[in-house]
Design a protein around this ligand. Structure first.
Ligand SMILES: NC(=O)c1ccc[n+]([C@@H]2O[C@H](COP(=O)([O-])OP(=O)(O)OC[C@H]3O[C@@H](n4cnc5c(N)ncnc54)[C@H](O)[C@@H]3O)[C@@H](O)[C@H]2O)c1
Length: 388
């Protein structure tokens, strides 16, 4: 079995799906590893390091797809909506594809992957279970985004983050508010605290309160309760517009009192709710910073522009997408470990065994034999239930 790693194609993407350090565990499991020349360069992993760990380097992208029984990517067609489509003719029936597919993004994309006959697994659909934790690349990338968001804000803010007592007097700490305390939000709290800021956070899932407090953050309680805030998988559930309206009213004061607002409130497969309006931005102090981690999904701030940094009402609004790629060395390392754990999970006696009795395999498998086989994806796009 040959594992192939093409160079990532999304513009500006610096990550790579496998890093040299995981190659020995794949060789031990009976795989060979081929890597497109230069695939790791942007993340700090030169070809020589892959060779040094027993990988092979191939010059052409098409050669990698041709040689590979299993193709590992970070952003596959779907999540790579710019250049990803060009990979479709390179895939073949039965070939395994593993990566971020954005399986609830567009039905055409998912059908396009299915039509290649490839057996595609979506890393986004990894169940949130203890058993799957080592394979949860979505959480790994969210961790990186939370960290980087705080650094971007600290860099832009015309104030210091920590409290300082100096001969020039006392400096008060920056006040950082995080809206949406999932994995990214929680890591943002931890990072802001490490830099000495006062961090507070709000989330509509009551379960988030304890997690925020355990990181030394203050939990912002709002007198509003979400209906069925959390689904069985631990994700937030969409609410109606009147709920979001009330949230915005209640969040206004807390936002106005913050020097930095980091928004990371998303619902799987849905546009992000607008929680910070233009009026709310206007009430923030000049120089304040908003980092909108939901920018890729439409943004939690009304003024966010996707992949841009703008200044409105003297407030900087950072709407970068694909932020994990801005810390490519460790993002690739974490991703590679997650995806290797997943690949080894699928492997028995040096062969890929697709056992749909297994929850991790069943939930992540999106296409097989020319069909979209994932129940959740079929339901999401109202595709007729699959027979057999
Ligand atoms: N293996 C595991 O058990 C595992 C793995 C990863 C995450 N988790 C847990 O799953 C939960 C979700 O984490 P995630 O990072 O995937 O979340 P996410 O990226 O899907 O969403 C981010 C956060 O936004 C919040 N949110 C959505 N709409 C909101 C609104 N209108 N107002 C306020 N907040 C809103 C959500 O509640 C969530 O906490 C967390 O509790 C996390 O700790 C568990």
């Amino acid at each position: 079995m040959i594992v192939g790693v093409p160079k990532e194609g999304f513009p500006g993407e610096r990550r790579v799906a496998l890093v040299p350090m995981v190659i020995p565990s794949l060789l031990k499991a009976g795989f060979e590893v081929v890597v497109e020349s230069g695939a790791g360069a942007g993340a700090g992993y030169p070809d020589a390091e892959y060779l040094g760990k027993g990988g092979k380097i191939l010059a052409e992208r098409a050669e990698v797809f041709k040689a590979a029984d299993v193709v590992l990517q970070v952003l596959c067609y779907g999540s790579n909506d710019v250049t990803g489509k060009a990979d479709l003719p390179l895939l073949r029936p039965g070939q395994v594809l593993i990566g971020f597919l954005r399986p609830l993004g567009s039905v055409e994309t998912v059908l396009g992957i299915a039509a290649t006959g490839a057996t595609a697994f979506s890393i986004e659909l990894m169940p949130r279970t203890t058993r799957a934790q080592s394979m949860d690349a979505l959480s790994s990338m969210a961790t990186i985004c939370g960290y980087k968001a705080v650094l971007l804000a600290a860099d832009r803010l015309p104030r210091l983050f920590p409290m300082l007592t100096t001969a020039a007097g006392t400096i008060t700490p920056a006040r950082v508010l995080i809206i949406g305390a999932g994995v990214a939000g929680l890591f943002a709290i931890a990072t802001a605290r490490r830099l000495g800021a006062v961090a507070s956070a709000y989330d509509m899932r009551p379960a988030a309160k304890e997690q925020v407090q355990s990181l030394g953050g203050r939990f912002v309680e709002l007198p509003i309760e979400a209906k069925d805030a959390q689904d069985s998988r631990g994700y937030a559930q969409a609410q109606d517009e009147s709920f979001y309206l009330r949230q915005r009213e209640l969040l206004g004061r807390v936002v106005a009192e913050s020097d930095v607002v980091i928004t990371a409130a998303v619902i799987p497969g849905k546009k992000a709710p607008v929680l910070v309006t233009g009026d709310m931005v206007e009430k923030m102090a000049p120089g304040s910073v908003i980092v909108d981690l939901a920018a890729e999904r439409g943004g939690n701030c009304e003024l966010t522009r996707s992949n841009q940094v703008i200044v409105e009402h003297d407030v900087t609004i950072i709407g970068y997408i694909n932020l994990a790629s801005a810390v490519p060395y460790h993002a690739s390392q974490m991703y590679a470990r997650n995806v290797t754990a997943f690949l080894l999970h699928l492997t028995q006696d040096a062969k890929i065994e697709i056992n749909t009795q297994d929850e991790i395999t069943r939930e992540t498998l999106v296409t097989q034999g020319g069909n979209v086989v994932n129940t959740r994806v079929r339901e999401f796009f109202s595709l007729p239930a699959k027979v057999g």
